[in-house]
Design a protein around this ligand. Structure first.
Ligand SMILES: NC(=O)c1ccc[n+]([C@@H]2O[C@H](COP(=O)([O-])OP(=O)(O)OC[C@H]3O[C@@H](n4cnc5c(N)ncnc54)[C@H](OP(=O)(O)O)[C@@H]3O)[C@@H](O)[C@H]2O)c1
Length: 251
């Protein structure tokens, strides 16, 4: 029997990048998978490619999460794995942070995550696994990431409290902190191509293993945390970053 047979998994932001690769990995391991995203064409085509269920839901809209939960409950009844992955990266230097950008980024990365969990809780099976996709940025002072980093630091803090409070139901809550991973997220920042290439090169040079992670690297860790092989793991945070958190001052 596969590791995740008979488990129902929901992956927010599953039409692209890390969410897409994780949906694939969870499905390969036997889970029934639901992916979400904001755009119906992107969600439908990814769901078709993966052979999973696709549901459109913007996590920054709490009523959309309500309707997502109702649809998942109608089709699958209960959920065993909740991968809280939907997120955006909007770099801006301190001094040029607009209120709209703050609200948008916090609204998806932090508020969206909190209310995804809040709304799914009634249909989570006891013993379910929640995995929050954070970032090593939560611990860094990387330029232009003040709000993004704060949204992930808030998520890690929330993860610890939620793990304590949900332990009586044997629901495990963990956070995964990737370093740089090659996904479309950087192309969505509005940065010019030359700027993006310079950023990628500088970033890669900081990684002791000298490469970006792949979405599949992250998917394997998430699938492990989702599985019964990780039954004694809760309230944890797992860096998966080619060693970038070591922050080598001389490489
Ligand atoms: N790539 C990295 O280097 C890196 C490093 C550390 C952490 N992360 C985190 O990893 C997660 C996944 O990012 P990724 O790199 O895989 O980027 P990605 O390819 O851009 O995927 C992001 C996913 O989130 C969805 N999403 C964004 N806003 C949403 C919303 N309001 N409601 C529902 N879905 C929404 C996107 O769907 P739409 O089609 O609707 O936009 C997309 O499916 C994010 O939380 C990100 O912060 C990424």
């Amino acid at each position: 029997m596969s590791l995740l047979t008979n488990k129902v998994a929901v992956v927010t932001g599953g039409n692209s990048g890390i969410g897409y690769a994780t949906a694939q990995e969870l499905k390969n391991k036997g889970a029934k998978v639901v992916i979400t995203g904001r755009d119906s064409d992107r969600v439908e085509s990814a769901a078709r490619e993966l052979g999973v269920t696709g549901i459109v839901a913007d996590v920054s809209d709490v009523s959309a999460i309500d309707s997502l939960v109702a649809k998942v409950a109608a089709q699958y009844d209960k959920v065993d794995i909740l991968f809280v992955n939907a997120g955006i990266f909007q770099p801006a230097p301190v001094g040029q942070i607009s209120e709209a950008m703050f609200d948008h980024q916090m609204g998806i990365n932090f508020k969206g995550a909190v209310f995804t969990i809040e709304k799914f809780l009634p249909i989570l099976n006891d013993g379910a696994s929640i995995i929050n996709l954070s970032s090593v940025n939560a611990y860094t002072g990387m330029p232009n990431t003040a709000v993004y980093a704060a949204s992930k630091a808030a998520l890690n803090s929330y993860t610890r409290t939620a793990a304590t409070e949900l332990a009586p139901r044997k629901i495990r809550v963990n956070a995964v902190n990737p370093g740089p991973v090659a996904t479309p997220i950087f192309g969505k920042t509005g940065m010019e191509e030359a700027q993006l290439n310079g950023f990628a090169e500088a970033m890669q040079n900081r990684v002791p293993l000298k490469r970006f992670g792949t979405p599949e690297d992250i998917a394997k860790l998430v699938a492990f945390l989702a599985s019964d092989d990780a039954l004694f793991i809760t309230g944890g945070e797992y860096n998966i970053d080619g060693g970038i958190n070591i922050n080598p001052l001389l490489a």
